[in-house]
Design a protein around this ligand. Structure first.
Ligand SMILES: NC(=O)c1ccc[n+]([C@@H]2O[C@H](COP(=O)([O-])OP(=O)(O)OC[C@H]3O[C@@H](n4cnc5c(N)ncnc54)[C@H](O)[C@@H]3O)[C@@H](O)[C@H]2O)c1
Length: 301
């Protein structure tokens, strides 16, 4: 992956080894692994500038934000890797640069409006424009209805939902300058099915769907598309600490495809929704879950 020279902006010559479609699990694939692929890159996001929030990963693994940032860059985008932790953001940006992509790290707290304004200004100052906003940040608090405190409830809404309002408000003027843009909000299948004990998490993920539809309807006239992704039970560092091997196996078996998703599966959906190939798609929720939401066998605890 690393010895491919960057020839102009065409990154389409890279060679990777693709995981077989019928691989039952990714059990051999640690969350620390970079996705192996063989297909050449198509340059779908060439000439685009993207902000990816939560572009770092907990620990050394590859979470949804990190995978999206790297995949956007592999598809030709210039990426601003935003994270609360500058070290995490820098790690992702450095990985992109090692692959001859273009990325810069940015520290920001997306729950803070002024931080969102600063992050967006930084992106435009550095890369000259803004075309894509990938709202990936989301946190989990495993509290049931009887235990969730007012403070935790408000914190969950602040980080998971209000943040997306703030980042969108900051990005909209730049999208208007560019003649359009794409916002991708990361929701979850938790927005639409039983999910165990995570009251605030589920509620915020459903709120993201509402926010997505509301923004899509208000921004269509400015050619700003707003969509959401609902990932299924994906193997990422976010869930690694509390998913036992038994639960992991149960999660795998609960999907129709009987295999396990990774952050890379989610990243490809984000590439599509962010690209001009989705120019006629707005206000939608793209579920990427191996068929989980079609079954009645949900296993979450
Ligand atoms: N893993 C799954 O099974 C799964 C399933 C459905 C949805 N999701 C969603 O995917 C998204 C994140 O996935 P991930 O794997 O990248 O998670 P992650 O836990 O690795 O988080 C990514 C980064 O977000 C950063 N972050 C946290 N709060 C922030 C803030 N206020 N401002 C800026 N950065 C902040 C963290 O520092 C971290 O580096 C979440 O929205 C999550 O709800 C995950």
């Amino acid at each position: 992956m690393r010895d491919v020279p960057r020839s102009g902006e065409g990154l389409g010559v890279r060679k990777f080894v693709r995981l077989p479609y019928n691989a039952p699990t990714n059990f051999g694939l640690r969350t620390t692994d970079l996705e192996p692929r063989t297909t050449p890159m198509s340059g779908r996001l060439l000439h685009k500038v993207a902000i990816v929030t939560g572009a770092g990963s907990q620990g050394s693994g590859v979470g949804n934000g990190k995978a999206a940032a790297i995949t956007f860059a592999r598809e030709g985008a210039k990426v601003v890797c935003v994270d609360l932790s500058l070290d995490r953001a820098e790690e992702t940006a450095a990985q992109i640069r090692r692959e001859y992509g273009d990325a810069i790290a940015c520290q920001a707290d997306v729950a803070d409006k002024s931080s969102c304004d600063a992050m967006t200004a930084f992106a435009v100052e550095h890369f000259g424009q803004l075309d894509i906003l990938h709202n990936n940040v989301g946190i989990v608090m495993p509290e049931g209805v009887r235990d969730v405190t007012e403070a935790d409830w408000n914190r969950m809404f602040s980080v998971n939902v209000t943040s997306m309002l703030f980042t969108s408000q900051a990005a909209i003027p730049h999208f208007e300058t560019a003649g359009g843009g794409a916002i991708v909000n990361v929701s979850s299948v938790a927005a639409m099915r039983a999910y165990g004990v995570a009251t605030a998490y589920q509620t915020t993920k459903a709120a993201i769907v509402g926010l997505t539809i509301s923004l899509a309807s208000q921004l269509a006239e400015q050619s700003i598309r707003v969509n959401a992704i609902a990932p299924g039970l994906v193997w990422t560092p976010m869930v690694e600490p509390f998913v036992t091997p038994e639960l992991r196996e149960g999660r795998r078996r609960s999907a129709l495809l009987q295999n396990e998703g990774t952050a890379w599966d989610i990243a490809w959906g984000a590439v599509y929704l962010a690209s001009d190939e989705a120019r006629w798609v707005t206000g939608q929720v793209l579920t990427i879950d191996g068929g989980l939401t079609l079954t009645t066998r949900g296993v979450t605890r």
